[in-house]
Design a protein around this ligand. Structure first.
Ligand SMILES: Nc1ncnc2c1ncn2[C@@H]1O[C@H](COP(=O)(O)OP(=O)(O)O)[C@@H](O)[C@H]1O
Ligand SMILES: [Mg+2]
Length: 257
């Protein structure tokens, strides 16, 4: 047997990209109430993260800090290029849709840029509409267009679909995914909807008692999640304090005890 000369090369180091968002030991108190307490969070460029948590767990408080609306303490890393979509579209009712989209954006081509963004969100037929004449879904499309036009590196979504009916919500999920695939911002989607989180995110965080209490990477690619969804749902609901014994919601709630 001939001797084989084995030459071993050192493994190239796996380079994790520098996080685009980093909070370390982040706390926020309102009077005596500790809402966020020694919280750590890192988000990679282009990563789609969902943040689940019960009502009042501090999701909006965290998001406001990342949006720069509240001061961040400590050594926080937050990109300057960011945009936020809230649960209510927050359009100025006295400005037309296109003017809302380019609010605060300068340049001769504002109208054209607004129209392009409106086309991307499927609202190209309503540039001159008044916000109060839009449906809930349309208003959120306009709000997404206003965020997109800023070409954010970080897109913050605070329960943007919570007030929409179930069918509109499904369309908005598909829209957000297609926009994310095209523009690749990092996304932090705050939601209390476990299904929404599992359908959209690369990684799901659960906020509880002021901290990230659990973290669940979604192992399967989008479109091939059927096999991971059921156990993942049970774990997530468990993190949220709802024991399902691995069962499905309809059976859990419908159990005749
Ligand atoms: N500006 C504020 N002043 C006092 N308390 C606040 C303020 N903002 C939020 N809180 C309190 O902090 C807690 C977390 O609120 P929030 O971040 O809105 O929760 P979530 O978005 O998860 O429902 C709640 O108890 C809320 O009443
Ligand atoms: Mg909230």
């Amino acid at each position: 047997m001939s001797e084989v000369l084995r030459i071993s090369f050192p493994e190239p180091p796996v380079r994790e990209p520098e996080p685009i968002v980093r909070l370390q030991g982040f706390s926020r108190h309102f009077g005596e109430t500790r809402v966020l307490d020694d919280l750590d969070l890192a988000i990679a460029p282009g990563e789609f993260v969902a943040l689940l948590g019960r009502s009042g767990s501090g999701k909006t408080t965290l998001l406001r800090t990342l949006a720069g609306l509240d001061e961040a303490n400590g050594g926080a890393v937050i990109p300057a290029s960011r945009a936020t979509v809230f649960q209510d579209a927050r359009l100025l009712p006295w400005k037309r849709v296109w003017q809302n989209v380019v609010l605060g954006v300068a340049g001769e081509d504002r109208r054209q840029r607004a129209e392009e963004a409106l086309r991307e969100v499927g609202l190209e037929h309503r540039p001159d509409a008044w916000p109060l004449t839009l449906s809930g879904g349309e208003a959120q499309r306009a709000s997404l267009a206003r965020a997109l036009i800023r070409k954010p590196e970080l897109l913050l979504l605070d329960e943007p679909f919570a007030a929409l009916d179930a069918l509109t919500r499904i369309r908005m999920h598909a829209l957000v995914l297609s926009l994310w695939r095209r523009h690749k911002p990092a996304v932090l989607l705050v939601t209390h909807d476990v299904e929404e989180a599992m359908a959209l995110a690369d990684r799901i965080l659960v906020l509880d008692a002021g901290r990230i209490a659990a973290e669940e990477p979604v192992a399967a690619p989008r479109g091939q999640r059927a096999s991971v969804v059921r156990p993942l749902r049970a774990r997530l609901l468990g993190h949220l304090g709802l024991q399902t014994d691995g069962g499905v919601y309809a059976d859990l709630i419908g159990r005749d005890t």
